[in-house]
Design a protein around this ligand. Structure first.
Ligand SMILES: *Cc1c(COP(=O)(O)O)cnc(C)c1O
Length: 239
């Protein structure tokens, strides 16, 4: 049987170890000292009870890929008001309204049209909520391994899409997200770090490099990841 609570403890230790190693080597990722690595627990396909287990040992950031499934869980757990929900799946334009209603973060923005739709829905909500701030945190997804099967923009499109997001009043540009291909080279991770540093130099709101999953956590942190998205190593394999 999988022990979710033990797994979270193990992953947190692994993250700490990876941060320590990175700082020892004096790599640029040693700014992880001011900017510690956040663990995002990826709970897609897992039941509400699994998320509750994680919550009980202090896990607060959860990532979901499928909107319908996510909304059911978010509704079931709405009494846990300090959970921060991250949408990490591909975004269809007819789902943007629901995303703004339920999530604080979107990790996979890759089109200007989606940015504008998210921003417009948030404007409507702000009017309805008497101006209460409901800004949405955005990471741009970069298809760093240039795989045709994956979504995301190419590296040379980062600056122009960042500008679009930064110009949207209700969106906060937080950084970049990537899913490097299986067995991707270190160069691929370094390229993400370079793009991230470049963006950070231009926009003070940028503080997040969302990179690293169960199988490449160390490599990602060694190359500047500030948020890792871990599913199976916490919740067990998915069907
Ligand atoms: C499923 C998923 C993860 C988690 O993957 P694991 O290998 O189970 O850790 C992370 N990021 C995204 C975008 C995912 O879809």
């Amino acid at each position: 049987m999988i022990n979710i609570q033990k797994n979270i403890k193990k992953i947190n230790e692994k993250i700490e170890g990876a941060c320590f190693t990175a700082s020892q080597k004096g790599k640029p990722s040693s700014n992880n000292r001011q900017n510690p690595v956040t663990l995002l627990a990826v709970s897609k396909t897992k039941p509400v009870s699994a998320l509750e287990q994680a919550y009980l040992v202090g896990q607060r950031d959860f990532g979901e890929n499928y909107l319908q499934e996510a909304v059911e869980k978010i509704t079931a757990l709405s009494h846990l008001t300090d959970i921060c929900w991250h949408f990490i799946g591909p975004i269809q334009s007819n789902k943007t309204k629901q995303i703004t209603q339920h999530f604080s973060w979107v990790h996979c923005l890759d089109r200007a049209k989606i940015a504008h739709r998210l921003n417009d829905h948030l404007s409507e909500r702000i009017l309805q909520n008497n101006g209460q701030d409901t800004s949405l945190n955005i990471c741009l997804q970069v298809n760093i391994s240039e795989e045709s099967s994956k979504s995301g923009i190419m590296a040379d499109e980062v600056i122009s899409l960042a500008k679009v997001v930064d110009n949207c009043d209700n969106l906060t540009l937080r950084g970049l997200m990537a899913i490097p291909a299986k067995n991707a080279s270190v160069e691929c991770y370094k390229k993400m770090q370079y793009l991230f540093n470049q963006l950070q130099a231009q926009y003070p709101s940028v503080d997040t490099l969302s990179m690293g999953m169960s199988n490449d956590l160390n490599l990602a942190i060694a190359n500047g990841a500030t948020m890792v998205r871990i599913g199976s190593a916490i919740f067990g394999d998915r069907d």
